[in-house]
Design a binder for this molecule. Sequence first.
Ligand SMILES: N[C@@H](CCC(=O)N[C@@H](CSC=O)C(=O)NCC(=O)O)C(=O)O
Length: 277
Amino acid sequence: MNIISQTTAFGGMQGVFTHESDACKCDMTFAVFVPPKAIKEPCPVVWYLSGLTCTHANVMEKGEYRRMAAELGLIVICPDTSPRGNDVPDELTNWQMGQGAGFYLDATERPWSENYQTYTYITEELPAYVSQHFRMDMSRQGIFGHSMGGHGAMTIALRNPDRFKSCSAFAPIVEPSTADWSAPAFEKYLGSDRATWRKYDACALVSDGARFPEFLIDQGKADGFLESGLRPWLFEEAVKDTDIKLTLRLHERYDHSYYFISTFMDDHLKWHAERLA
Ligand SMILES: N[C@@H](CCC(=O)N[C@@H](CSC=O)C(=O)NCC(=O)O)C(=O)O
């Protein structure tokens, strides 16, 4: 593991590391916050998945999670949103596709399929890797994220209910198969057979029978992407006749930014800590 930085914060450690990824066939960067409690004992882990255009750094710099994570004794891992590098395919003028826009799926179409294996990276390779390096209690894992990362968190939780004990999202893309900013990317990553998209779509997963006990979703009502891309009411509709509990909180005046995320970050960390206790 290559150390990019290691800094003391709130009595714990905020680090940034890179490692060679077999799944993505490139070096991948991730951030980890280790709370002071992890010096003495293994701590529960929460995975934060970021949105379009982000690296590991956006939430690390603007998410304001460290004080509460230190207090609650949570390890917070923030992976990158895609493979990266000069040898990794990209669409330089399209922020909704390619580098920074991996959509947490395993691409099947060339040229994307060679590196864009971010579902496998997040669910298998990175957990196996970090658990060798940090004092993590892997029997207590939660997952959350923002926008594209909210989509990632919800679909990963729905597909791995035995592994994750908690899931929450800030302004998630709940039905990426039909949203303006994700459907074109799904077609390029997964091909034109829409049946193969369903396992990467929270609404479709629920309608196909996937289950996770409960979700917390926070959504700003002044979010410019609300109507065209996010549409949390579709997930509300999808879970209506199921035993899935949804706490959907709509907030006047909040937009899609990290000002919104950081405002509700403490609530999300407490949500996870309560379920990972
Ligand atoms: N470049 C875009 C805006 C991109 C954007 O808003 N990205 C969000 C995530 S959107 C969904 O996945 C984000 O988190 N940006 C990083 C940040 O630090 O704010 C445009 O031109 O509209």
